[in-house]
Design a protein around this ligand. Structure first.
Ligand code: SAM
Length: 266
């Protein structure tokens, strides 16, 4: 894919160093140096693009920008516990599981799970999202309050079904597989909630457009069930289950729910 890379003067050298790394992942970039990247600039350049400024690497589209802001998640992380985070209960973070988050996205769920003790492998196949994740991981590794958690997070660029198949073939022990595949934009029953789809998701949907062939990830569930005793699938609260398989337990939140599929220890 080809994207413009907007960088500020201060980040010019950094941007030049990033370009070959992007190219290795098939992202061709045209570097454009600008004085200032602010909301007005973003509105004037609404096309999908990468941005590098003093706040790190961002993806921009439609006048907005986003990044996996792991440092910005600290307030939520500090409040997080098994009591107030359903995802922690569903994934049993207190047992410090070996966990694969097979659909990493911005890595916010994986970050929370690692913060609460899980050892997390984050898998992301989209090269741009993977580049954003690498940048977030690096920035967080230099942050005093996140450095230790970063040691529990491993990033993998690739197709999750390949990775899960390799785990099965090598009999790698995994405690939990966590799945949060894309859900169609029009898939929310509740139109008010639909309107509130977060900025991040709006930009993600531009990067991963629905052209009638959106990958909904159904094939990941049976694969995950073959390698982990516990598979947790995140869904919008009123969405159908990922496949016809009936979850053994559901944790219901306001906007989303977690479906649990348990297998006898493999
Ligand atoms: C809804 S987002 C996940 C959001 C994530 N839970 C978070 O906290 O930011 C889904 C992500 O999974 C990735 N994905 C979907 N299917 C995948 C697959 N088979 N292998 C690897 N990545 C996949 C998509 O590229 C997308 O970035």
């Amino acid at each position: 894919m080809h994207l413009t890379l907007w960088a500020t003067h201060e980040q010019q050298q950094h941007a030049l160093a990033c370009q070959p790394q992007f190219l290795q992942r098939d992202i061709q970039t045209t570097l454009q140096i600008v004085d200032k990247i602010n909301p007005k600039f973003l509105r004037q350049h609404p096309e999908l693009a990468l941005i590098l400024d003093n706040n790190g690497l961002h993806l921009a589209a439609a006048g907005m920008q986003m990044q996996p802001d792991w440092i910005g998640q600290l307030a939520r992380l500090k409040r997080a516990s098994r009591k107030n985070e359903l995802i922690a209960r569903a994934c049993q973070t207190e047992q410090q599981p070996l966990l694969i988050d097979a659909t990493a996205g911005l890595g916010h769920d994986g970050l929370l799970l690692a913060w609460l003790g899980a050892r997390v492998t984050l898998i992301e196949r989209h090269p741009v999202l993977f580049a954003l994740l690498q940048d977030a991981h690096l920035a967080a590794s230099h942050h005093a309050e996140l450095a230790e958690t970063m040691q529990r997070i491993q990033l993998v660029h690739g197709e999750a079904s390949d990775y899960l198949t390799q785990c099965q073939q090598s009999s790698t022990r995994i405690d939990v597989v966590y799945l949060d595949p894309m859900f169609p934009k029009g898939g929310h029953k509740d139109q008010k909630k639909q309107a509130l789809v977060k900025k991040e998701m709006q930009i993600l949907h531009q990067l991963l457009p629905e052209n009638g062939t959106m990958d909904l990830g159904e094939y990941l569930l049976p694969l995950a069930q073959q390698i982990a005793g516990r598979v947790i699938v995140k869904r919008p609260r009123h969405a159908p289950t990922l496949t016809a398989a009936i979850p053994q337990h559901q944790w219901l939140g306001d906007a989303c729910r977690f479906d649990g599929y348990f297998q006898a220890r493999l």
